[in-house]
Design a protein around this ligand. Structure first.
Ligand code: SAJ
Length: 404
């Protein structure tokens, strides 16, 4: 029988499946998208992460990893499906419910089910457990083991952090905790920290909300500094020389699949008590619109033929990842507002749908420059490229650090 069946072969599921296979487990990955399944079985995954293609190819080749479209009987089931939010910011748990139902069709007494998807409080005990009980009559914690173990790895360093980071195991019973911990110990070098499922669910959400709130503070500092015509990068760098101050970096907004989404789950779970978290989300969303408005203001004093060069489209530096990228949203909004006059540099992409992608040298020759991502290639440019034209630097590439 298969040792591990991973439901959802995305940014978390696929690296986890491959890593588990590399420890000697037989692993079947499940995805509803046949193209994803075909790519994994061909040893050429659809996800780009350092070391992942090699690891998947190797594990497929030796026969420990394969992919299919429906769960198979296994000792351990691991759910790593997306949990987006709906129009009104309430969590959309349909993929988790679908995964639990699919597992129920093959679940046997004595199996272990682990939920890794970022989830609202009590999803494990109030959604997954009852769905499985309704379909199988099996009780989580009595007939099979059940745990919530959030992923906390950074895109771009997923394999490295899957091994190195501490891991929270939120289980419904001590036995479930011990079995889940034994699974993660196969490839985790960090500590395994046991707790209950609801605490683990909230821990995950709080981690990303913490980062969102701190980025919002940096973005608000940048807005105040711009209003006062003071350099925000100098303000933050100098304030950070205080021994108990450590302000993060402002940017054009918050991208990625997690930090802009997860705080809403806390707002939804405790609407009257999550005011700071709600406001931080709004500050970070506002910052993206503010950048678009800044470009419009700069264009007002220029001839009607003036061109705009945008530097960067990914959601964070030195990455090709476009998920929820504020830079891409800004590029799309400005391309629509100034047809034919906006060109974009993105050194990590060869083609971008609906965007006029150009080499960096062409973009630098345009009339207004807007730096949207702190790619190393931009940080290494000589100061002379920014001179003699309006430059809107949203990530602190242009401004020299104090003391230099
Ligand atoms: N950002 C800033 N200023 C900063 C730091 C980041 O504007 O000082 C922006 C980035 O440019 C980016 C966004 O925030 O647009 C998020 O980037 P990130 O690198 O901070 O985080 P993610 O979204 O790639 O990954 C996060 C991580 N969470 C935390 O660091 C608390 C990761 O550990 C999680 O596993 C991941 O979310 C997830 O899957 O939840």
């Amino acid at each position: 029988m298969t040792d591990l069946c991973v439901i959802g072969l995305g940014y978390i599921g696929l690296p986890t499946a491959a890593l588990a296979a590399s420890t000697g487990l037989s692993v079947v990955g499940v995805d509803i998208d046949p193209q994803v399944v075909a790519a994994v079985n061909a040893g050429a995954p659809h996800i780009h992460e350092p070391g992942l293609a090699e690891l998947v190819a190797e594990q497929v080749q030796v026969g420990r990893l394969s992919a299919t479209t429906a769960p198979v009987p296994a000792g351990i089931f691991l759910i790593a499906v997306p949990t987006p939010f709906l129009e009104d910011k309430a969590p959309d748990l349909s993929h988790v419910v679908d995964a639990a139902e699919a597992i129920a069709a093959v679940l046997r007494p004595g199996n272990l089910v682990i939920l890794e998807s970022t989830s609202p409080p009590r999803t494990t005990t109030a959604i997954v457990k009852p769905v499985i009980a309704r379909l199988t009559g099996l009780e989580g914690g009595r007939d099979y083991d059940l745990a919530y173990c959030p992923e906390r790895v950074l895109p771009g360093k997923i394999l490295q952090e899957l091994r190195a980071n501490d891991r929270i195991v939120g289980a419904v019973t001590p036995q479930s905790a011990e079995r889940a911990a034994a699974f993660y110990r196969r490839f985790v070098q960090g500590q395994i920290l046991p707790t209950d499922a609801a605490t683990a669910e909230v821990v995950k959400l709080v981690e990303n909300a913490y980062r969102d709130v701190n980025i919002a503070f940096a973005n608000e500092v940048s807005l105040i500094a711009a209003h006062l015509d003071i350099d925000p990068w100098q303000v933050i760098a100098l304030a950070n020389r205080h021994p108990r101050v450590n302000i993060l970096q402002p940017g054009p907004g918050v991208g990625g699949h997690c930090i802009g989404v997860d705080p809403w789950f806390l707002v939804d779970a405790a609407p009257d008590n999550a005011n700071l978290i709600r406001t931080a989300r709004r500050v970070n969303e506002f910052k993206t619109q503010w950048v678009i408005d800044e470009v419009r203001r700069a264009m007002e004093s220029l001839p009607a033929t003036a061109t705009i060069g945008l530097l960067g489209a990914s959601y964070k530096p030195d990455s090709a990842d476009l998920r929820e990228s504020p830079a891409l949203a800004i590029a799309k909004a400005l391309t629509a507002a100034y047809p034919g006059r906006v060109r974009v540099s993105e050194p990590h992409r060869e083609h971008l749908e609906g965007i006029d992608l150009r080499p960096l040298t062409d973009v630098l020759a345009l009339d207004v420059l807007v730096v949207l991502v702190g790619h190393t290639a931009y940080r290494e440019l000589p100061a002379s490229v920014w001179q003699g034209k309006p430059v809107i630097d949203t990530v602190g590439v242009v401004s020299p650090p104090p003391g230099e």
